[in-house]
Design a binder for this molecule. Structure first.
Ligand code: ATP
Length: 486
């Protein structure tokens, strides 16, 4: 974390992007609220994700909304109750707790994910690590479940730690309702809950967060993708688990497919890349997890990592997981309900590719990328898909009929676009406030407007102003959003 991180969090507090939850009571680590501006951006990001993955891909993909709380058997079957835990160190003197692998990472600047509690314990002893708060000795490393559970009269229920399980338990019903066709994509955009040991870095690791996940159910004998040829020659930066010594490599989709990752999987990897690039997050790479690091259910696992100025490093924002038939088979066994379907002339249990996006981390990546400071001016260069408002409408001064005219312009635009009206304070201050929250344009009504019916349109990034007649403003704005959605 550095100065950029501090400046972004400060701006977020000041401009109601996000802030600690229940602040007046001191707030709890790992819980954040989105404010009036941040929520607009977050919602637009979610809607853009929906448009990109459910509509623009044009496949048999649908969104559902399963329960956030589900009964114990669901998570027994999924393996979360047994395996979804983190190794923890606790100071014997002051009670400070931290994830053991992250404690080691902080001291030794290497990744220790996937090591057992015993291995982590040995490393902590070997390097003589002491409590960073009080210098005390650590107790033995132990495992702690990340699941939030509640007792009810009918037994335990748990908050979902990922949105995916709701999709797996609903799969059969959705398959029947959707023409019994594969591939079938089922998406959920919603909250997930994890009792993280050390929530930190603002929205980056919280206990309650939003995921946008898409489970693609497919026939494992049909690994090809019909649109693969459209991306075959495109390149992505990847770090392969089997070739970590080579570091980052620039490989084409065709080359990745040649190394054993099947076409469908590679196709979605490139769709993830395209999604982030279309939001201006172009400095990204795919980091493959090895067998120790990846979750127990994944056969292939690449993290999609974006470069953050705030952390001066690449950080995971999303994951692409080949979950095979692991989840459906386990739910079949535990629920005694068959998960087999009949398709392509045979009976089988479909396999699943999961595209799992952290909305909060992506939101933070957009702030990190868009944050700009130039002398006295601070602005958020957010992409147009997620800017909280398209434009602010301002009378230069609130007299001589300028305010009335400005209100008319506002009314004209408000039925079609996200615009706001503001007449308070100097025009410079109004521009500055709008820049800080990433508003794309400033539309100002001045004395010339009263004479010739033109206004100025000011661009957030360049601050250049153009004169446009009132009747043309709508067309001008529409042109910006013209080429599809992005
Ligand atoms: P990490 O290794 O950072 O704990 P993960 O690999 O366990 O994350 P996944 O289970 O793959 O994460 O979840 C998919 C996405 O959900 C992640 O890429 C991330 O963007 C988001 N996510 C996971 N845990 C958190 C969290 N505690 N706070 C905010 N976002 C999270």
């Amino acid at each position: 974390m550095n100065k950029v991180f501090e400046e972004i969090t400060e701006l977020s507090l000041k401009r109601a992007l996000f802030y600690p939850s229940a602040e007046i009571y001191g707030s709890l680590a790992g819980f954040y609220d989105y404010g009036s501006i941040g929520f607009r951006v977050k919602k637009k990001l979610e809607d853009y994700w929906r448009w990109f993955f459910l509509k623009s891909l044009g496949e048999n993909f649908h969104e559902i909304q399963p329960s956030e709380l589900m009964p114990e058997p669901v998570f027994k079957a999924s393996g979360h109750l047994e395996h979804f835990e983190d190794p923890v160190v606790e100071c014997s003197k002051c009670g400070f707790v931290e994830r053991a692998d992250q404690l080691l990472e902080g001291f030794l600047h290497m990744v220790f994910e996937g090591l057992s509690s015993e291995q982590l314990d040995e490393l902590i002893k070997k390097h003589g690590l002491k409590c960073p708060e009080c210098g005390g000795e650590f107790k033995r490393v132990f495992s702690k479940s990340l699941m939030f559970g509640f007792e009810t009269r009918k037994g335990m229920v748990y908050l979902r730690p990922e949105t995916a399980q709701g999709v797996f338990v609903d799969f059969k019903r959705e398959f029947k309702a959707n023409r019994e066709k594969l591939p079938l994509g089922l998406a959920v955009v919603g909250k997930a809950f994890r009792n993280e040991i050390s929530p930190r870095q603002a929205l980056f690791r919280t206990k309650e967060f939003t995921q946008a996940e898409l489970q693609v159910f497919f026939d494992p004998e049909d690994e090809k993708h019909e649109k693969f040829s459209t991306i075959e020659k495109e390149k992505a930066r990847v770090v392969l688990a089997s070739e970590r010594d080579k570091g980052e490599q620039l490989l084409t989709a065709g080359e990745l497919a040649g190394r054993g990752y099947f076409e469908k999987y590679v196709y979605y990897l490139f769709m993830m890349k395209k999604f982030y690039e279309s939001l201006g997050l172009k400095e990204l790479r795919f980091y493959e997890k090895n067998e120790e690091e990846r979750a127990f259910y994944n056969k292939f696992h690449f993290d999609c990592e974006v470069f953050f100025k705030s952390f001066d490093s690449f950080r995971e924002v999303a994951g692409l997981h080949y979950r095979t038939d692991y989840d459906l088979k386990n739910h079949e066994e535990h629920s005694k309900q068959s998960m087999e379907i009949f398709a392509n002339g045979r009976k089988f249990v479909p396999h699943v590719i999961e595209l799992s996006f952290g909305i909060d981390r992506t939101f933070f990546a957009l702030l990190d990328k868009g944050f700009r400071k130039d002398g006295k001016r601070t602005w958020l260069s957010l992409p147009r898909q997620v800017a909280p408002f398209v434009a602010g409408v301002y009378p230069l001064v609130s007299k001589d009929g300028l305010d009335e005219k400005a209100r008319q312009v506002y009314e004209l635009l408000a039925s079609e676009f996200d615009v706001f009206y503001d007449e308070k304070g100097s025009i410079g201050k109004r521009y500055a406030r709008a820049d800080e929250i990433g508003v794309l344009y400033g539309i100002t009504i001045d004395y010339d407007t009263m004479k010739d019916g033109t206004v100025t349109i000011r661009d957030r990034d360049s601050t250049k102003q153009e004169r446009v007649s009132i009747s043309e403003i709508g067309q001008r704005i529409k042109r910006v959003f013209d080429s599809l959605y992005y």
